[in-house]
Design a protein around this ligand. Structure first.
Ligand code: WTA
Length: 680
């Protein structure tokens, strides 16, 4: 049960088992299947064209971070540059970066492009799911951001206030984020797939003053009525003063009831003449301290409620800028498409802040990859001439299942670089991506990072380093990352261990909103002096990192990060449930599938209707994306003598694997036998 979780530390047998499981997984899924050097034609035009150049730059970034970051952020707009010696006190768990610097993040993403050829270049090329399109040049994006920030200022939004954004994939989502940044308001984007309940909890946790949303969002031909869902949340969000609503689908598809005095249509708000003060503020925005909070993004942890990861300004911007530039090798001629949702960190860093700070043209698509059919992505690439595609292994595996015929029907010649993010990419998926989508011509960058890291920390630079399908690659600039044993000593090559980061990096999360102690507990308490990622990994003899995945109680289901504790808390809040345990089982498509074991209160009968009711309950408490793949009723859960649920055994039952584990502490062996029998 959720409340037991805080006591469940990693005891020695658990760690032994995890290590064994990791080694097994390495043996079966992580064999080297080949090395793919950067295609010479790609390297010839790449920003970093050789392994030696990468290695030299990486060494410099660690030896002399001050001059490295000074040089690499020349392009960005600072009102005051950081003071000398700002890095001297750079030591984990603190990562104050660019001490003394002041800036307005939106100026680096927008204003700086207005005096260059980027002014008339497309910043966002957007296509809606129904096929409508819209393009915003840098000039137009700047104009829209200025208009919205003036309007928000007139609604009373001030620097330091929190603004919640609950939207789908529409250009207004990016405009909203940048308008907040311009005012110094801290945005918190809440993924449009979250339920009203989840939205309410996040708004209340960060006490947001304003909510930006839309009437509805298109998804597989249907409308998700975001405003109606927001209205339910807003019944219990005392801090929200105003709601701004984008008209996306129109009244014939979703009725948005506007609450007099609180709600305003986006277009009506922007049509108002701003007060002189607000106009001034938006046109010549104030500069903020380097450590000014930029955004809060909620993510799942191994215990308790979601964590409000806080990112600040200069360091975050520096890292997403540098990684966008080198990892995606962005050029003026590119049309770059990151298929993530703006509601997750990938959308923040690699749809909005990173590529826009580079002046890149970004493609944005509103809908699902299979709407109206599995050819949609490929037809979008052909139609718009996308040159860089950055997507997730789950999507790739779904495309494989749908068949080669879909991509083969389209001309994908414009593509020059492919990227992967969110979960380990299995070699089969890598090879298919390379062969069928990239026609053997495009390098693939697998990128490892997390909400907390803010930017890509492990990858292979596309023109410089060879790729090994299944391995993520090498550390990015400024990143000191290692695989270690429990007490912090570094593992030998190919030995499985914990992935940790040993020095601060600019885009490191600074704290958890409202929960500073948990920040230290979650990331810095396991191994002395280092940041623990929660992932298991090994580093091979070439220095390449192979990330196995989470070794804590966080699941990665179809690239969505889900905390088992959240699922369990949601289930036990259902009237029929006594106890619940959530575990992951390997899944060929989603990477991991979510399996829950549930015991019921006395007198409640388990049947199909109850299963459905539990599934709906998860939809309501969290969101449809967190729906369990399998719900299993049981009379009892296996527990240790001290009452802790033995999740490891449940994982084995869920996966149908033979127990190799130690069951000596199991309270009642018959429970396990019964669970296995139910399985057969
Ligand atoms: C996993 C997503 C292997 C990892 C950017 C991490 C990966 C978690 C990769 C963070 C990758 C992400 N290879 N695993 N290339 N990328 N992960 O916060 O377990 O949603 O800890 O950030 O996803 O998920 P988050």
């Amino acid at each position: 049960m959720a409340r037991n979780r805080a006591h469940e530390s990693w005891n020695a047998p658990t760690i032994r088992l995890l290590c064994r499981a990791m080694t097994d997984s390495i043996e079966s899924h992580q064999k080297e299947v080949g090395r793919f050097p950067p295609p010479p034609a790609f390297s010839a035009a790449a920003r970093i064209a050789s392994h030696a150049a990468y290695a030299e730059k990486h060494a410099k970034s660690l030896e002399d971070p001050e001059s490295f970051w000074r040089e690499e952020t020349q392009d960005l707009v600072f009102r005051t540059r950081f003071r000398e010696g700002a890095f001297e006190e750079w030591k984990l768990p603190h990562a104050k970066f660019f001490g003394g610097a002041t800036l307005n993040v939106s100026e680096s993403c927008l204003d700086r492009h207005l005096t260059t050829s980027a002014r008339t270049r497309a910043a966002i090329v957007w296509e809606g799911e129904p096929g409508d399109t819209r393009t915003l040049t840098y000039f137009e994006l700047h104009r829209e951001v200025v208009r919205l920030s003036a309007a928000l200022a007139d609604l009373g939004v001030r620097a330091g206030d929190r603004v919640a954004i609950y939207m789908g994939m529409v250009p207004e989502a990016a405009i909203a984020m940048l308008a907040c940044a311009r005012l110094g308001a801290t945005h918190s984007v809440i993924f449009g797939g979250f339920s009203s309940e989840a939205l309410r909890d996040r708004i209340n946790d960060c006490s947001a003053k304003v909510l930006l949303t839309q009437d509805g969002a298109w998804r597989r031909g249907h409308v998700i009525p975001l405003k109606q869902m927001a209205d339910i949340a807003l019944e219990k969000t005392p801090t929200i003063e105003h709601v701004v609503v984008v008209k996306r689908v129109g009244t014939s598809h979703a009725v948005a009831k506007m609450h007099e005095g609180r709600d305003v249509w986006w277009e009506d708000l922007l049509a108002r003449t701003p007060s002189p003060g607000a106009r001034e503020l938006a046109t010549t925005p104030p500069a903020f301290d380097a450590e000014h909070p930029l955004f809060i993004l909620y993510t799942s942890g191994s215990t308790g409620k979601p964590k409000g990861v806080l990112h600040t300004s200069a360091g975050y911007l520096a890292s997403v800028h540098v990684t966008s530039k080198y990892v995606f090798d962005l050029k003026e001629s590119d049309l770059y498409w990151c298929t993530a949702d703006v509601g997750w960190v990938t959308g923040h860093s690699y749809i909005v802040y990173g590529p826009l700070s580079c002046g890149a043209s970004c493609f944005m698509y509103e809908g699902a990859p299979n709407a109206p059919d599995w050819g949609r992505f490929w037809s979008l690439i052909e139609k718009h001439g996308v040159t860089i595609l950055y997507t997730a292994p789950t999507a790739i595996r779904a495309f494989i299942r749908a068949g080669d015929g879909w991509p083969q029907k389209h001309n994908l010649q414009s593509l020059r670089l492919l990227g992967s993010v969110g979960e380990p990419i299995n070699p089969e998926a890598w090879l298919w991506y390379h062969r069928v989508v990239g026609a053997g011509r495009c390098p693939i960058v697998d990128t490892w990072w997390q909400t907390e890291t803010g930017s890509i920390l492990l990858t292979t630079l596309p023109g410089a380093c060879f790729s090994k399908p299944g391995a993520t690659g090498l550390p990015m600039f400024g990143v000191d990352i290692a695989v270690v044993k429990d007490h912090g000593e570094e593992c030998k090559p190919n030995e499985g261990g914990k992935l940790v980061i040993r020095r601060p990096w600019p885009s490191m999360a600074r704290t958890l909103w409202n929960d500073g102690p948990r920040f230290h507990e979650a990331y810095f308490s396991q191994i002395e002096g280092v940041y623990f990622t929660g992932d298991g990994a090994r580093r091979d003899e070439d220095g390449y990192f192979w990330v196995v995945g989470r070794i804590d109680d966080v699941l990665n289901v179809a690239g969505h990060r889900i905390g088992t504790a959240e699922i369990e808390s949601a289930l036990v809040s259902h009237g029929s449930v006594a106890e619940a345990a959530a575990v992951g089982r390997p899944d060929a498509l989603k990477g991991q599938a979510l399996v829950v074991f549930v015991t019921l209160k006395t007198g409640i009968t388990s049947d199909r209707t109850l299963k459905e009711s539990l599934a709906h309950h998860i939809d309501k408490e969290i969101g449809k994306f967190a729906r369990p793949d399998e719900i299993r009723f049981t009379d009892a859960l296996p527990k240790t003598r001290s009452g802790k649920i033995m999740r490891r055994l449940l994982k084995e039952v869920a996966s149908g694997t033979e127990s190799r584990g130690d069951t000596s502490t199991l309270e009642d062996l018959s429970v396990l036998a019964k669970l296995r029998a139910d399985d057969e």
